[in-house]
Design a protein around this ligand. Structure first.
Ligand code: GLN
Ligand code: ZN
Length: 754
């Protein structure tokens, strides 16, 4: 069998879709609101795709990914492609509405679950596949986008999630979804034949699952799957793309098959020498991901050329690429006029990454002299970055060097518990909330007015204080035991701190899709981090001045700040984490000095940064736990430290939860029916715990009976002395009426049980 293909030299693995100015977000939301029809939405989508293709062509990409466009999510698109939407949406006849129903739910239909795409901040929809799923090919979207691209003269390379990744990430009610592989593979073959027919020379099958730990049986499946898919002759050349890590044993398995190319992520620890040593790659195209697709730093072109040089000696051909889809970075630096020139010169967003790919491809095809100017500019930028004093704050570094284990350690938990019991004088089963109260339109309007210069800082502070006063009064009225200030001043729980800490910069238009139409603008952590001034003291102090009950100081933890920022790549993440932790520690100490008796440091992202390979996980858990302890261990034993974790399936991080040594941990549990408490007990956890007694993700008001049932279940696993009563998560997305009703029931249930 021979598939005729000529290799390409320069590409990216996938494209963002939300639009350089979030045009798609607006079009989709207008469609949802009934303000625009499907035709308008399609037209916006088409013009965004066309503009993107044109840019990639102009930048010299000789192979262009097609099909990574999505109205919501690529895993959902793959489920549609293979007819694998759950039967509960079948009744919705319009395909677009059915698609959005699967994504977001309706009044009567529950959506697919959503979860993080590997260790990125993108969320995908989890396909539901079980023994009853009947696969059927629906290639219209992909074929349509392919035809459209070919029409535009684009060297189109259709991109599809590969069968192993699709099934491994799906959830199933009855046995592993991967068992359905034999039923799915014929559809992939049919799809490949259809794509070849339609004029595709190459197809890219994304298999990021290959960078996770696979069993030997699964590695065998890799070999069998791609042997089978490559056996056909009526197909495009197959590129299997891996990213976010190194494929290890899966690489040899792939190389043994008849596929024509493999994409590898050299920004995530894949060793070029190890790749060069795989003999079967001598007959393949290696698509070398040397331009980091998920961080925003300018590429070290010399280092990339060294990697490419190693590969050129052994592969049949080498193409230069981004390490993964450009979905994870903002579109372009062009609108970022607010960044200082030096910082700006160190960065590369999507458009600049495409240019870097081209420069590197030119260097290997025509020689480095052809790109001497570009190489010199990259070196100058790197030198300016290395020499910048903001990256080497002697004071921060000296403080960190002076720390030892005692700075991370508090007295034994039991001793603290006794002291805090006296100091706080709380009832049994104390009631509290996670931090935020509804972000009302008054709050959003005030923020917008401040941004537009319609009100001054003093007026903004006045309005936020009015919100705080209301939230305190509400909590007093409800009879909660530990109060919060409600977080009205936080635009976002990470951005708020990034704006106040040294070492961070904010972009003006650096939007990245988080899920669906939700976009975030992650801050850039570029230098040594420190806290020049207090960040929360005046808000918390004001709240405390209004009540005799304890008000929790409320902070975001170091790991979460890292996870939701673009982080510097010139030092280990663990070192950056210590700097952020030290800055947060300064704030905890400041809060305590001001009289705070309880301080909560949220770490909802602790699990997100967990590396995909088990062998890398212990080191991560060590430094992330240490960072939390550094941030929180500077306070007296009488001060109660709380943390909040935003999930209930702890998995590999369960042992770390106890390691955090927080006096009280609030977690999600309402949806997992308190099983999480048994997991915690099994891991030896013996600190205070507040399993969420109702699910804040839905507008439903839980009844007193339901909350009592949750608490009764919790009391089977945890003694009353350790149990706290709180909702699942912050209340910022909920409406004021339902919040008041829900919390009233929560307080009633707790009081009755006491
Ligand atoms: N304190 C934050 C809040 O209540 C925690 C949010 C979170 O866990 N993501 O909003
Ligand atoms: Zn939460």
């Amino acid at each position: 069998m021979t598939v005729s293909h000529s290799p390409f030299t320069a590409t990216v693995l996938g494209l963002p879709r939300i639009g350089p100015n979030r045009e798609l977000k607006r079009a989709i939301e207008s469609y949802w609101a009934g303000r625009a029809d499907a035709e308008h939405l399609r037209a916006v989508a088409r013009s965004l795709r066309a503009a993107h293709y044109a840019e990639l062509r102009a930048a010299g990409m000789d192979s262009v990914p097609v099909g990574t466009f999505s109205y919501y999510d690529q895993m959902l698109d793959t489920a549609v492609l293979f007819g694998a939407l759950p039967p509960r949406v079948d009744a919705i006849s319009d395909p677009l509405d059915r698609y959005f129903a699967a994504a977001r739910g309706t009044d009567t239909v529950a959506p697919l679950e959503m979860t993080k795409w590997f260790d990125t901040n993108y969320h995908y929809l989890v396909p539901e596949i079980d023994a009853g799923t009947t696969f059927a090919l629906h290639p219209d979207k992909l074929l349509g986008e392919l035809a459209e691209a070919i029409e535009l003269g684009v060297p189109a390379r259709p991109v599809v999630i590969g069968p192993l990744t699709f099934l491994k990430l799906a959830k199933s009610a009855d046995g592993p979804a991967l068992d359905r592989l034999p039923d799915l593979l014929p559809l992939y073959r049919e799809l490949l034949a259809g794509l070849a027919d339609a004029g595709a020379r190459w197809v890219q099958l994304d298999e990021p699952i290959l960078v996770t730990d696979l069993t030997e049986a699964e590695i065998a499946l890799v070999r069998d799957t791609y042997t089978e898919l490559s056996a056909a002759s009526d197909r495009p050349a197959i590129l299997v793309a891996t990213y976010f890590g190194h494929p290890d044993a899966a690489l040899s398995a792939l190389a043994d098959t008849g596929i024509e190319g493999v994409a590898l992520d050299f920004t995530a620890g894949t060793d070029p020498a190890a790749v060069a040593a795989v003999p079967a790659l001598a007959r393949k195209l290696v698509v070398a991901g040397v331009v980091d697709g998920r961080n925003i730093w300018r590429t070290d072109l010399d280092a990339a050329l060294t990697t490419l040089g190693t590969l050129l000696g052994s592969a049949d051909a080498v193409a230069v690429a981004s390490s993964c889809s450009l979905l994870h970075v903002p579109y372009s630096l062009t609108p970022e006029t607010g960044l200082d020139d030096r910082l700006r010169s160190w960065l590369a967003f999507g458009a600049e990454k495409v240019d870097e790919v081209k420069v590197l491809a030119t260097a290997i095809t025509e020689g480095t002299t052809a790109v001497a100017t570009e190489l010199a500019a990259a070196r100058a930028a790197a030198a300016s970055r290395r020499a910048d004093p903001r990256l080497h704050d002697a004071r921060v570094r000296a403080r960190l060097t002076a720390l030892d284990e005692s700075d991370l350690t508090r007295s034994p938990a039991d001793a603290r518990r006794a002291l805090q019991h006296e100091h706080l004088d709380l009832p049994l089963l104390p009631t509290t909330t996670i931090g935020s109260y509804p972000q009302t339109s008054a709050i959003r309007l005030a923020r917008a007015a401040l941004r537009k210069g319609e009100i001054d800082e003093a007026e903004y502070v006045r309005r936020m204080r009015a919100e705080i006063a209301e939230v305190i009064a509400l909590q007093e009225r409800l009879g909660l035991d530990v109060l919060v200030h409600g977080e009205p001043e936080r635009n976002d729980m990470v951005q708020y701190f990034a704006e106040l800490l040294d070492g961070f910069a904010a972009t003006g238009n650096g939007w990245v899709q988080s899920y669906g139409t939700r976009c975030v603008r992650p801050p850039i952590l570029f230098g040594d981090v420190s806290r020049p001034t207090p960040m929360t003291l005046s808000w918390i102090g004001y709240a405390q001045s209004l009540t005799d009950k304890p008000v929790k100081g409320m902070l975001t933890g170091p790991v979460t700040i890292l996870a939701w920022s673009f982080v510097r790549d010139d030092q280990p993440l663990a070192d950056t984490a210590r700097q952020v932790a030290l800055a947060i520690r300064d704030e905890t100490v400041g809060l305590e000095a001001q009289g705070a008796r309880i301080i909560q440091v949220d770490e909802p992202a602790l699990r997100e940064l967990l590396p995909p390979r088990a062998s890398d996980q212990p080191a991560y858990l060590r430094w992330s736990v240490d960072a939390f302890r550094l941030a929180t261990a500077g306070v007296a034993d009488t001060t109660q430290v709380h943390t909040h974790l935003c999930y209930s399936e702890f998995g590999e991080v369960i042992s770390a939860i106890a390691g955090l040594d927080a006096d009280v941990t609030s977690i999600e549990a309402a949806r997992s029916h308190m099983e999480v408490l048994d997991d915690l007990n099994a891991a030896g956890f013996a600190l205070g715990v507040g399993p969420g007694v109702y699910d804040i993700h839905s507008p439903r008001v839980p009844s007193v009976e339901e909350i009592t049932a949750s608490l009764t279940a919790a009391l089977k696993a945890v003694p009353a002395e350790r149990l706290w009563v709180n909702p699942d998560c912050g209340l910022k997305t909920r409406g004021p009426v339902e919040v008041e009703a829900s919390l009233r029931n929560l307080v009633t249930a707790a009081a009755a049980l006491r």
